[in-house]
Design a protein around this ligand. Sequence first.
Ligand SMILES: C[S@@+](CC[C@H](N)C(=O)[O-])C[C@H]1O[C@@H](n2cnc3c(N)ncnc32)[C@H](O)[C@@H]1O
Length: 230
Amino acid sequence: MKDIKQPPRFFGRRKGRPLSAAMQKRLDKLLPEFVLPAGPHTTDSLLACFPVDPSASLSLEIGFGGGEHLAALAKARPDTAFIGAEPFINGIVSLLRHIDEQNLKNIRIWPDDVRLMLDNLPESSFTSVYVMFPDPWPKTRHAKRRIFSPSMLDKLAFCLKPGGSLRFASDHPVAKSWLLAEVLRNSAFRWTAQSAKDWRLRPSNWPQSRYMVKGEHEGRASSWFDFKRN
Ligand SMILES: C[S@@+](CC[C@H](N)C(=O)[O-])C[C@H]1O[C@@H](n2cnc3c(N)ncnc32)[C@H](O)[C@@H]1O
């Protein structure tokens, strides 16, 4: 019998509040313009999706939520090509609003589970990968739903250039320890922190995200982790 590979199951929300007519219009008009084709891709075919120099750097944000962090990065670094993956449709519309209002040209959107695109990305092609405040899934029985599985980290290591960065942040005690332990276990990555302040304080060039602000208002301390690809 033919081996039919099942797509990974996504456990988060794909839809929140119903979209207003204006939001639906923005989605219909702008998503086709900013959507990332499925691939398989080479570095050149990825960069050809952007109006940037063909020697530009590529970056990926996984689970961009409302897109605040991704939009701020894209604005600060117009010569970098950013791919954002997010299956939550209200988040995609929010990012499209940032793109529209700030006239950002250097973002392409994968409007689905990142795991459906990682196998189609080329080796040693990305300079940075960002994972900001991933869903914590704190219960042990939900541990398999957490974003950093060994196979996910192997795929990220494959896509990152040597010396590239894997940056992630969390404000949840269980998630922080888990994320950190998973990445430390993978020999492709090394932690850049020299002292506690390196993970306790938000580096000045890390933009805020919606969940970060929410966590701070609710009194939760965030931790910031910066790893390099060996
Ligand atoms: C807690 S929210 C954080 C959003 C945003 N990064 C922030 O800091 O405001 C986690 C986000 O990750 C997204 N997410 C979860 N699993 C994902 C996956 N496999 N691929 C892409 N996005 C994912 C969820 O849809 C959700 O929007």
